[in-house]
Structure formats: structure tokens, C-alpha cells
Write a protein that binds this ligand. Structure first.
Ligand SMILES: C[S@@+](CC[C@H](N)C(=O)[O-])C[C@H]1O[C@@H](n2cnc3c(N)ncnc32)[C@H](O)[C@@H]1O
Length: 213
């Protein structure tokens, strides 16, 4: 039986894509920039335009629109970045197939579930929100109890890593995020594949359930 096909919009180097692939999807990525490290079929294009033209070729959609519009640092600096979330949601609703939009806390997502590293035994507190048109679940968030390495310092034993901005330790970040193929830029932008595996399993179960109904 062929695998359901998932389009990963704003795919970057493929943190999310690898998790969806592990869940059982045949994954294709689209990003506006060239992504030579992206591990699957890749199209360089505007994500929304590409989806509008090609959505019939896919069974499900994931989008991680750039989150600069919603990060605290950008808000404080008053920088103006486009917010792709409303247009992405509107397009997905029009298409009517199962979809997921992922973003950072503070982004305008509706009834999202939040994932955090220790839910998957990852040594990073990396909160990410997931909104979908299918029901999603996540385990209860536990209070943070491990110190996180201060910016610019190498990670010491017993510390968690914060993979943001100009972090120190690309090799350590590859290990922590479980993304051995990624560069510094890809790591700081990514969701760990473990998050997308968790979401992808639920998406696949939903698709299989609908097909059997
Ligand atoms: C937050 S990153 C996605 C990270 C990815 N989900 C992962 O887990 O590795 C956002 C990406 O959106 C891309 N991007 C920005 N504007 C775009 C557009 N109009 N169309 C497609 N991609 C775009 C950026 O090049 C960047 O790679």
C-alpha cells in the first residue's frame, strides 16, 4: 500500500519532515530558499503559491511559517515581519484535508497543543504550539527542573541546551535536537523530529480511520 503524501510548507532543512517521514508519510518539502540539506523531494517556491497549485497531489499538510512576527525579541524591537499564519490557515481550510500549523508560543494559533523537549526525553526546553483541524493530544507539561546553559557558553553536564540565535555548540545541538544532517541555521529554525513524529502518528491514525469509515 502506498504511503499518504504530506506536503511540508516552509520546510527549511527538514526537522518536521523527518518526523513525519518516521510516522509513515511520503514527505515533500517546499521553501522559498534553496535547502541543499533537505533530505526528501524538495521544491524551491513560495509555499502558499505552490500549495495552491499542487494541493491535489497531497493527502495532508504541515506548515511552520516563519515565526519572527511572534517572537518577544522582534516585538520589543518593533520589527515588522509578515504573519503567514492567517493566510496559511485560510488556504488549508479551503483545501479541506487534514492539516497542522506549528509555531512559537505567542503566535495566534487556535486551541493549540504545546510540546516540550522532556516529553520526548530531549535535553532542551523548546516549546512549540500545534494547531490542527483534527484532534491532537500531548502529555501534561512538567515544570522545568534542569538548568539551561547561558547563551554563548558551551553546554555542561547536567544542563539543557537552548538552540536559538547565535548558540554555541553545533555538534551538541545536532545531538540534542536529533538532527545530525542540519547546519546551525537549520537547527535554530527547526522543531525536533520527535515532535513531528508525535503529531504525525496522530495525523496518520486519523487518515487511516477516515479511509476505513
Ligand atoms: C521556522 S522555519 C521552518 C522549520 C522547519 N519546520 C523545521 O522543522 O526544520 C521557516 C522557513 O520558512 C521559509 N520561508 C519564509 N518565507 C517563505 C515563503 N514565502 N515560502 C516558503 N518558505 C518560506 C524560510 O526560508 C525558513 O526556512
Amino acid at each position: 500500500m502506498s504511503k499518504p503524501r504530506l506536503l511540508d510548507l516552509f520546510c527549511c532543512q527538514g526537522g518536521a519532515s523527518v518526523g513525519y517521514r518516521e510516522a509513515g508519510f511520503d514527505v515533500t518539502g517546499v521553501d522559498i530558499d534553496p535547502q541543499p540539506r533537505y533530505p526528501f523531494v524538495f521544491h524551491q517556491a513560495d509555499a502558499l503559491k505552490f500549495t495552491l497549485e499542487h494541493h491535489r497531489e497531497f493527502d495532508a499538510f504541515h506548515a511552520s511559517p516563519p515565526c519572527q512576527a511572534h517572537t518577544n525579541a522582534q516585538r520589543i524591537q518593533g520589527n515588522d515581519h509578515p504573519d503567514f499564519i492567517p493566510a496559511t490557515r485560510a488556504l488549508f481550510e479551503l483545501i479541506g484535508k487534514p492539516w497542522v500549523i506549528e509555531n512559537v508560543p505567542g503566535a495566534p494559533l487556535t486551541n493549540p497543543v504545546m510540546l516540550c523537549g522532556p516529553m520526548f526525553e530531549l535535553e532542551t526546553y523548546r516549546h512549540r504550539l500545534f494547531e490542527s483541524n483534527i484532534p491532537l493530544s500531548a502529555s501534561t507539561h512538567q515544570a522545568h527542573s534542569v538548568p539551561t546553559t547561558k547563551m554563548g557558553r558551551p553546554v555542561k553536564d547536567g544542563e539543557f541546551m537552548h538552540v536559538v540565535g547565535n548558540f554555541t555548540g553545533v555538534d551538541k545541538a545536532r545531538e540534542v535536537m536529533q538532527m545530525p544532517w542540519a547546519s546551525r541555521d537549520g537547527l535554530r529554525e527547526a522543531i525536533p523530529p520527535a515532535y513531528a513524529l508525535h503529531i504525525g502518528r496522530q495525523l496518520l491514525a486519523h487518515i487511516n480511520q477516515e479511509a476505513a469509515a
